[in-house]
Ligand binder design. Structure first.
Ligand code: G1P
Ligand code: ZN
Length: 543
């Protein structure tokens, strides 16, 4: 086993986005592409020598070959030990947990999350730091510099190791420990939730459907929901992880989990439905005839978390990304706990969680989580909902209706305009920024602009500042439109328009969502000139 030092040169475009480096799989498979990025990551953190890392992915096409390369590179760079999920599988939250549990120096998570998988689809690599969370910008900035100046990488000249064999193997002087991907995560969930109460709920005839979308949560959900908590066989569907996720988008929302939605809105609806994404960090929650938006789900979880044993002591605070609705702020205000508004992306929650300022966090993009790990956690959200349902003994629809009656409702929807011409999208944003100071006081589609700005965030823990985090336009009467460019897309630009309209406790809480938001939508389309600038008359996806 000899160490090969391979000469290389910088490759364009290796900047991590909202959540790691995401590209088309074929790009990652190009000579030196993955190797450059991994070596740049090691270089950026002061080398891998003597360090321990967690490595795993969501099982998509190229997952195992990429892991083999990473292991050989880690060994050649002098790493002490790598903990790997069996067959290369680890959900993102389980990887975060293993980093924390084993006090490792960090981890590499291979996933493009909810993007489709396959040789012609997407792949991704994300570096997480020792707190278990995605590398913050000060680390990714160093990685970028390294990708731009790299001249060589190190790799071991050796055969692949057996990723299926649980236990310790050696790769030169480095240990590789293959672990059951579910075991430690399951113990953590048992510590947080009242499994006996949830078991009793299932034993009483409560029915559920969990769509694992042929992605990584299949084994986790089967073990926890069916084998331990006693949900009926067949509760977990699409449970076998596939390299191409069965050809679908493993994105748990009403569009991509349409089969589950149809069942939940049918006469044979189970009591509770849920889904998770490619790498297991996102969640969708739906009751019989009751879809719960991620923003509402966060608010309900904040209001009820104390019903689960892991959160009995109450919450220090709640954090949400800026585009997420302010439903959870209303709950936090009533409970007298802090609420924080951060830029999009889980990496911005890490400091707040580490400092004990926030206990629960969430994003409108189906991400919810807590201080138990430093990633969002799909199955965790599902289990917290189950715990709440088991204690309150009410349906999802009843819980939602009571929530709105107590706090009012934040009607909410996100409209995505995908694969838009990049230059057109950039011009739209730039021209809109110029207009911002003059918008207040003007009316569009019957809504008067109360304030408009580009969101900047100053981290309350380390003082770091992040600019250009999306444009927000507040309307009089508690309506809002936000527009920002996606940082995870791999084709052209994706413009996201986020619409929100608050109505108080006594208003009608059961309007059709898009019609409740149509004024805010018309206003932002008029202000941004999105249809004429992009040639799009309707979004590709509405969630
Ligand atoms: C999207 C979501 C964001 C989430 C990220 C990673 O990023 O909007 O909330 O954290 O995926 O799952 P975007 O494409 O909008 O930059
Ligand atoms: Zn994900």
């Amino acid at each position: 086993m000899s160490v090969k030092v391979v000469k290389t040169a910088p490759i364009e475009g290796q900047q991590p986005g909202t959540s790691g480096l995401r590209k088309k799989t074929r790009i990652f498979m190009q000579t030196h592409y993955l190797e450059n990025f991994i070596q740049a990551t090691f270089n950026a953190i002061g080398g891998a020598k003597g360090k321990t890392f967690v490595v795993g992915g969501d099982g998509r096409f190229f997952n195992q070959p990429a892991i083999q390369t990473i292991l050989k590179m880690a060994a050649a760079n002098g790493a002490h030990k790598i903990i790997v999920g069996q067959n290369g599988l680890l959900s993102t939250p389980a990887a975060s947990h293993l980093i924390r549990l084993n006090k490792t120096d960090g981890g590499l998570i291979l996933s493009a999350s909810h993007n489709p998988g396959g040789i012609d689809e997407d792949f991704g690599v994300k570096y997480n730091i020792s707190n278990g969370g995605p590398a913050p910008e000060k680390v990714t900035d160093k990685m970028v510099v390294q990708t731009q100046t790299i001249t060589e990488y190190k790799i071991l000249n050796t055969a692949n190791i057996d990723l299926g064999k649980i236990g310790i193997q050696n790769l030169a002087n480095m240990q590789v420990e293959i672990v059951d991907p579910v075991a430690d995560y399951q113990i953590l969930m048992q510590q947080l939730f009242d499994f006996d109460q949830i078991k009793a709920l299932f034993a009483s005839g409560f029915t559920m459907r969990f769509d694992a979308m042929h992605a990584v949560t299949g084994p986790y959900a089967t073990a926890i929901l069916q084998d331990i908590l006693g949900a009926q066989q067949g509760t977990v569907i699409n449970a076998i992880p596939l390299e191409n996720f069965g050809g679908y988008h493993p994105d748990p929302n009403p569009v991509w989990a349409k089969g589950l939605m149809d069942e939940m809105f049918s006469d044979q609806a189970p009591d509770f439905g849920a889904a998770s994404d490619g790498d297991g960090d996102r969640n969708m929650i739906v009751g019989a005839n009751a879809y719960v938006t991620p923003s509402d789900s966060l608010a309900v979880l904040v209001a009820n978390a104390h019903l689960a044993k892991g959160y009995k002591a109450g919450l220090a605070g709640v954090a949400r990304s800026m585009p997420t609705s302010s439903a959870c702020d209303k709950v936090a205000a009533k409970m007298g706990i802090a609420s924080f508004e951060t830029p999009t992306g889980w990496k911005f929650f890490g400091n707040l969680l580490d400092a004990g300022k926030a206990t629960l966090c969430g994003e409108e993009s189906a991400g919810t989580g807590s201080n138990h790990v430093r990633e969002k956690d799909g199955l965790w959200a599902v289990l917290l909902w189950l715990n709440i349902l088991a204690v309150r003994k009410q349906s999802v629809a009843e819980i939602l209706a009571e929530h709105w009656a107590e706090y009012g409702r934040n009607y909410y929807s996100r409209h995505d305009y995908e694969a838009v011409d990049s230059q057109a999208a950039k011009n739209l944003m730039a021209d809109l920024i110029v207009q911002l100071p003059s918008l207040a006081g003007q009316s569009f589609a019957g809504l008067e602009v109360a304030s408009a700005d580009e969101f900047s965030y100053t981290d309350p823990v380390d003082g770091s500042v992040s600019h250009h985090q999306g444009i927000r336009i507040n309307f009089k009467g508690e309506g809002r439109a936000v527009i920002r460019m996606s940082g995870t897309g791999t084709q052209g630009a994706t413009l996201r328009v986020y619409l929100e309209q608050y109505v108080n406790q006594h208003a009608d809480h059961f309007l059709e969502v898009q019609s409740a938001l149509s004024a805010a939508n018309k206003a932002i389309l008029a202000i941004s000139e999105l249809p004429t600038r992009t040639g799009r008359n309707a979004p590709n996806v509405m969630t």
